[in-house]
Write a protein that binds this ligand. Structure first.
Ligand code: KIV
Ligand code: NA
Length: 263
């Protein structure tokens, strides 16, 4: 099996919708690999896997560790690894050094970074030097502290121009796709129409060129479900039921049974 490539994802603009999910670990990645065009090792892992309150504290080596696990667990999907907060904003040089480390250590195919027009110069610098970049605009969670929370963008039509310009800037700079997160539906549609690269929606619009969700959210493993998430499986209650059965059987000495011991 050949892995999906950056040009293949790029060519899906206006075509068959791009399927994508996050994954942070080898076993779930292998399941997602059967159906996803690309898998994102998102810095949301700080919150989902490590109990952090935002993604701001996620270190580079943690992204690399989870990135390696996902690349090892997959063979079909393109793997994109998030650049964490503080590893790319300062300068194109710094961004290149850290993006190259991510790609060399994990063997992923692309990196993602947050920001529109302000990151355009950096995106161009990376792409010209062999690092495919997925951009991320709209609600950018690494800016939670300046936003004062995770706030849906574009509720006020006055702000639309800025987001559309962000999309155009990252496309012009050479990003092969752009995640559009947490914006009102009509703004997402305007962004999708404004650029010639695929838009990947999350809390955006069905008319985006693709969709992404955090795997644990759509599996019902998150104790709190945001409005934009559809829960496709109730793994939380299933896990709790299994753990409860195990605890009961240990206490009653029903486990291990005859089949689980060596004679
Ligand atoms: O970190 C993440 O999971 C993401 C997606 C939600 C797009 O950036
Ligand atoms: Na992210």
């Amino acid at each position: 099996v050949r892995r999906m490539t950056v040009p293949q994802i790029r060519s899906r603009k206006g075509g068959e919708p791009i399927v994508s999910l996050t994954s942070y670990h080898a076993h779930t990645a292998a399941l997602v690999d059967k159906y996803a065009d690309f898998i994102l090792v998102g810095d949301s892992l700080g919150m989902v896997m490590h109990g952090m309150e935002s993604t701001v504290g996620v270190p580079l080596d943690l992204m690399i560790m989870h990135g390696k696990a996902v690349v090892r667990g997959t063979k079909r999907a393109l793997v994109v690894v998030d650049m964490p907060f503080g590893t790319y904003e300062e300068s194109p040089n710094m961004a290149f050094r850290n993006a190259a480390t991510i790609m060399k250590d994990t063997q992923c195919q692309a990196v993602k970074l947050e920001g529109g027009a302000r990151m355009a110069e950096t995106i161009r610098f990376l792409v010209e030097r062999g690092i495919p970049v997925m951009a991320h605009i709209g609600l950018t969670p690494q800016s939670v502290n300046t936003m004062g929370g995770f706030k849906v963008q574009g509720r006020d039509e006055e702000a639309w121009k800025v987001h559309i310009e962000d999309a155009k800037a990252v496309a012009e700079a050479g990003a092969f796709a752009v995640v559009v997160e947490g914006v009102v539906e009509e703004l997402a549609d305007r962004i999708t129409e404004a650029v010639d690269i695929p838009t990947i929606g999350i809390g955006a619009s069905k008319n985006c060129d693709g969709q992404i969700l955090v795997l644990e959210d759509m599996l019902g493993l998150n104790p709190w479900t945001p409005k934009f998430v559809k829960v496709y499986g109730q793994l939380g209650p299933m896990i709790e039921e299994a753990v409860k059965s195990y605890a009961d059987e240990v206490k009653t000495r029903a486990f291990p049974g005859p089949d689980q011991v060596y004679k």
